[in-house]
Design a protein. Structure first.
Length: 199
């Protein structure tokens, strides 16, 4: 998977490649889909949600340019796969999921896999995790129609957020917090499930 679908398509960060090799993707997909666990495609995980394709997981992780000491917020725990990849690289991961059953399942699995640097919350990710802010990086794994302002404000200075934006047609953006505001860079077209919000 890593050699053919990820490294061959331009992912170069050694920490990302190592994490993608280490995290067992088959553990995060339903039993009936395990034969497809290492295919480069998203797979359904129940509750109308999906586990992202491996290349996109690697691409988004590399875009954050993490060096190892970061505190990262993930919006949309889902299966917990992206959470685990982040946890292999950064110091602390704070992950929010609005669907309680998915959050509980991911927490149980990630604890069973031995992760001790992941913190879980059930709630609306568009509000972020204010009491733990600021974050060095924020990764959003579902698409809102626009950048949630309260989430953006929880970035530390020089922090990066990667987020898919749009309804129907979506694009992945990298947002960097600067001294006088935010720099927004368009990366590539993507297709994510919509970000569920209470508002």
């Amino acid at each position: 998977m890593v050699d053919v679908q990820i490294q061959a398509r331009g992912i170069k960060d050694g920490k990302v490649l190592q994490a993608m090799r280490k995290v067992p993707r088959h553990a995060f997909v339903p039993d009936e889909l395990k034969p497809y666990a290492y295919a480069d495609e998203p797979l359904p995980i129940g509750e109308g949600q999906t586990i992202s394709q491996p290349y996109i997981v690697a691409y988004m992780t590399e875009a954050l340019e993490a060096t190892g000491g970061e505190k990262v917020l993930e919006v949309g725990t889902g299966s917990g796969y992206q959470t685990a990849v982040l946890a292999e690289i950064v110091k602390e991961v704070y992950t929010i999921e609005i669907v309680g059953t998915l959050s509980s399942r991911a927490q149980e699995l990630l604890q069973r896999l031995g992760y001790t640097n992941i913190h879980f919350k059930i709630g609306d990710g568009t509000y972020g995790w204010q009491e733990m802010a600021p974050f060095d990086a924020i990764m959003v794994t579902a698409a809102p129609p626009r950048v949630p302002k309260r989430l953006q404000e929880q970035l530390d200075f020089s922090g990066k957020m990667i987020i898919p934006i749009g309804e129907g047609f979506q694009e992945l953006f990298l947002i960097t917090r600067e001294k006088k505001g935010f720099k927004k860079k368009r990366l590539l077209p993507v297709r994510f499930v919509p970000l569920i919000s209470t508002h």
